[in-house]
Design a protein around this ligand. Structure first.
Ligand SMILES: [Zn+2]
Ligand SMILES: [Zn+2]
Length: 588
């Protein structure tokens, strides 16, 4: 019964009310503070404050304590409707310039205020009835944030928090947050020495270190091999091209904000490529195709550059330069269904090869109310939408239809991969395109000798190399499967006496194609083991006097398991087998 009463509010309402209580507490502790905004967000809430000195983590416990007091006071939270003039006077009197700025942006005659005790906020609500209804909350983190997100404005102090109706819910959330933090690919990549971003190079531009590059190379090699098996041909295209290409395709008008500005060379303007499509189209245009030549499947690991605001950049997941695992398929309309199905098969095969077995699938369709927004006739759209629907049905994939989410040039399928924490990440996309063939006049000759428009599919199966590797690291918590691990085995000696034997083993492993390192430093074994554990290397081979004498090795796995008296050739065949089968269970 009690549960029902508590849940009469949505979490959004609870979070928003908790943000008010937090703001009230901050005002009590720092009377000069000026209020920014304090909404509920996807997970919890925040409030922004202008304060003489930034709020520090040691302030959080004081704020927490004061909030508990306010909750205990069980103040009624009351809505007031006042005219704008009154509200202006109120916030002028209270010295709240940001609230006055917000008020100036409201056109209505009347505005709503919410009041609890001495605290009052300009707010649309809704809210809970009394502060005492907040039971379980936690202040989580701090950040600096520009007023209204603009760098020319003052920097405010932002405090994030979360609250729940039940204690177990809060505990569950905090535990998960801990897990998310532990798996943060930025932190793990530093520990594993995979990549860095240098301000001297530029924000959002990834410098792959040798070990990160190795991971990428393994994925790329696998990707190329699997594409070749399925009739794809690999092509290369340049990094820059004349701006006219993207003007013609329509991208210049639609997406100019996300392109790096053009550079002038001998009177021509060039763009750093935001996508490879126009280049592939140029290759298609070099000759006339017969229906017998189709389908053509051209793939490229194309590095493209897109301008993203600095504030949204995030490790490998949001960057300014990235490599798409791109391909364009040129086919006849009657081949479209089979081609889409083939791409779905390939996408699912690739994702499951890397250990992602769960997906969310979205089918983005035209907004039926607003057909003028899209290219191509009703008939063509209907056919393309049917083709995608039928392909998904034949594959027995569950999907959500999302009207209005299609690109202007055609419908698409988006597959989100679900990671070990149940989070969804943008993965493969399959887009049917009527625009490029039209704008660039792309044709083939059908079996009656008549010229026909070709159909084009844009698709990726991993998305981008950067994001996918970020996802892999978070999915596995950095402990990558043996077949993807940049270093698979480390040989550790107990004393200097085993150096020669250890080097011999190293040579043997390397000659078998196993990625090995050897550590013969004169350090304590325990120290070397700990270091290797931090590197999350799947296997350690420990070589002491006994191992040398018996010509065997002691195997220590990443999970702590120890196996003594192992024959080297047995170990080698185990590793090779794990690589061959792309075993994603943690053998190491
Ligand atoms: Zn509010
Ligand atoms: Zn494309």
């Amino acid at each position: 019964m009690e549960k029902k009463i508590q849940n009469k509010y949505s979490l959004d309402t609870l979070w928003h009310s908790t943000s008010h209580v937090m703001a009230q507490a901050v005002k009590r502790i720092f009377p000069g503070v000026k209020l920014g905004i304090g909404p509920s967000i996807k997970d919890g809430f925040y409030y922004d404050f202008e304060i003489d000195r930034a709020i520090l983590s040691q302030d959080l416990s004081r704020i927490d304590k004061e909030m508990k007091k306010i909750i205990k006071e069980n103040l009624p939270i009351e809505k007031e409707i006042v005219n704008k003039k009154e509200a202006e006077e109120l916030f002028k009197e209270r010295g709240e310039p940001y609230k006055l700025e917000l008020l100036a942006g409201i056109e209505d005659e009347e505005v709503t205020l919410y009041r609890q005790g001495e605290f009052v906020d300009l707010c649309r609500g809704p809210h809970i009835k009394r502060t005492g209804e907040i039971n379980f909350f936690r202040l989580l983190s701090l950040a600096g944030s520009y007023w209204r997100g603009e760098e020319k404005n003052p920097m405010l102090s932002r405090v994030y928090g979360i609250s729940f109706f039940q204690e177990e819910e809060l505990e569950k959330y905090l535990k998960r947050l801990e897990e998310v933090k532990k798996r943060d690919h930025r932190k793990l990549s530093k520990q594993l020495d995979l990549y860095s971003i240098s301000e001297e190079v530029g924000s959002g531009l990834i410098l792959w270190h040798p070990k990160g590059s190795k991971i990428r190379q393994i994925i790329e090699d696998f990707w190329k091999k699997e594409h070749e098996k399925r009739g794809y041909e690999y092509i290369y295209s340049p990094h820059i091209g004349k701006v006219g290409l993207w003007q013609k395709s329509g991208h210049w008008d639609f997406y100019r904000d996300m392109m790096f500005p053009p550079m002038k060379v001998n009177g021509d303007e060039y763009l750093v490529k935001p996508m490879s499509c126009p280049f592939h189209v140029q290759i298609y245009k070099r000759k006339i195709y017969s229906y017998r030549d189709l389908p053509l499947r051209w793939c490229e690991l194309g590095t493209v550059y897109r301008y993203e605001k600095k504030g949204v950049l995030h490790g490998l997941l949001r960057v300014r330069g990235f490599t798409q695992d791109d391909a364009h398929i040129f086919c006849s309309p009657d081949q479209l269904g089979q081609e889409v199905e083939n791409v779905l098969d390939l996408a699912i095969f690739m994702l499951s090869s890397f250990g992602f077995k769960k997906y969310d699938v979205d089918l983005s369709l035209r907004d039926p109310q607003d057909r003028a927004k899209y290219m191509g006739s009703d008939e063509i759209w209907q056919r393309a939408e049917n083709v995608l629907t039928e392909a998904l049905d034949r594959k027995k994939l569950k999907y959500k239809r999302i009207p209005g989410e299609a690109v202007f040039y055609g419908p698409k399928i988006d597959i989100k991969l679900i990671d070990a924490l149940g989070r969804g990440w943008q993965g493969p996309t399959i887009q049917v395109d009527f625009n490029f063939p039209e704008k660039f006049d792309l044709n083939y000759i059908d079996k009656y000798g008549k010229k026909q428009r070709v159909v084009m599919i844009h698709r990726t199966v991993l998305g981008t190399m950067e994001r996918f590797i970020g996802n892999l690291i978070e999915h596995y918590g950095g402990a990558l499967p043996v077949w993807i691990s940049p270093i698979q085995v480390k040989i550790l000696t107990v004393t200097e006496k085993e150096e020669h034997f250890a080097n011999g083993i190293y040579q043997q492993l390397v000659s078998e194609g196993i990625r090995a390192r050897v550590d013969v430093r004169n350090e304590m074994l325990g120290y070397k083991v700990r270091e290797t554990q931090l590197e999350k290397i799947p296997y350690m081979l420990i070589i002491g006097a006994k191992e040398v004498k018996e010509e065997l090795v002691t195997l220590r796995k990443r999970n702590g398991e120890n196996l003594k008296g192992i024959k080297l050739e047995d170990f080698i065949s185990t590793v090779k087998d794990e690589v061959k089968t792309r075993n994603n269970k943690d053998g190491g």
